[in-house]
Unconditional design. Structure first.
Length: 311
């Protein structure tokens, strides 16, 4: 009978515990659903972030490709690519920073992308100007080439004309010089014996031919200057060889640009009055039998000839 009053107290404690557990269950349920909502929101945010980063990376890659094309085009057109290369270097830094993903501000990259796009548009204008300049330059070069070709043709024509005139002048000068050359006439050869006796014959005996005496007349020529003239004598033996002895006055002179041996020479004071000239030549060795030719030259021209025979 004494224990019966304690029952109501026990029932009250159970009720209180039940109430507390019910509350905790409600709070736990609320927290679970709230956490789930937060996780879902975080997943959405991360997905959106990844998409934004991917889009930004694609835009930067596209700008990089466009910049490479612009640099190549400007270089091809001969323009300055310094500024383009600086912007390309900055773009590569931005791409590297984006790949690292450290506290990336998408808004900041969007601003940069707009700046890069504006820069590309600006360079499109530069490239268009360079293209026009190159077309103009190519046109000018073509015109200059045509003018240069015309000038070359004209210069060649003038050069040909000058060459023709020079040739004509040379020919005229040669004709004038030839016309002014001495003319030897009546060229005769006499035999001179060891005793100084002069003899004229159709053929001379070799043993009596110690010296030859050459006699000729220089014709009057008003074109020829009156001055000392060198006359070269060539005596050709029956075989056509020049009779010469370098120790006895022979030497060489030039005829028609060729060096030729002469037998002997003399200086004549030309007076333009049909003067007669004599020349004495001593060979020193006997003459071979046969026909000999005597040629006279002055100022590069053959002025006369004669002959004699030895038996």
């Amino acid at each position: 009978m004494e224990n019966s009053p304690q029952k109501p107290r026990t029932n009250g404690a159970l009720l209180a515990a039940l109430i507390i557990m019910t509350g905790l269950a409600g709070v736990s349920s609320y927290l679970y659903f709230d956490q789930k909502k937060v996780s879902e929101n975080q997943e959405v945010t991360i997905s959106e972030r990844v998409e934004e980063l991917s889009t930004t990376r694609v835009k930067l890659d596209s700008i990089s490709t466009a910049l490479d094309a612009k640099i190549a085009e400007v270089q091809k057109l001969g323009g300055d690519v310094t500024e383009l290369q600086k912007v390309k270097a900055q773009l590569e830094e931005d791409r590297a920073s984006l790949r690292r993903g450290n506290r990336v501000s998408i808004a900041k990259y969007e601003t940069k992308i707009k700046q890069y796009e504006a820069f590309l548009i600006e360079k499109d204008t530069l490239i268009a100007n360079l293209q026009r300049e190159n077309v103009t330059l190519a046109t000018n070069v073509k015109v200059l080439d045509e003018e240069n070709t015309g000038l070359k043709t004209e210069r060649q024509r003038l050069s040909d004309s000058v060459a023709t005139i020079a040739t004509q002048n040379q020919e005229l000068s040669t004709k004038v010089t030839r016309a002014a050359a001495l003319k030897a006439q009546n060229v005769k050869v006499f035999a001179v014996s060891s005793k100084g006796k002069v003899k004229e014959d159709d053929a001379y005996k070799a043993k009596r031919l110690d010296k030859i005496k050459l006699v000729y007349t220089l014709l009057d020529n008003p074109l020829t200057r009156e001055e000392p003239k060198e006359v070269f004598v060539r005596v050709l033996d029956p075989s056509g060889a020049v009779v010469s002895d370098m120790a006895n006055g022979s030497g060489t002179f030039t005829v028609d640009g060729n060096e030729t041996i002469y037998t002997t020479k003399q200086t004549v004071n030309y007076t333009s009055n049909g003067q007669n000239v004599e020349l004495l030549y001593t060979r020193g060795i006997p003459y071979k039998p046969g026909k000999y030719t005597v040629e006279l030259y002055s100022e590069g021209f053959r002025i006369g000839a004669g002959e004699f025979a030895v038996r």
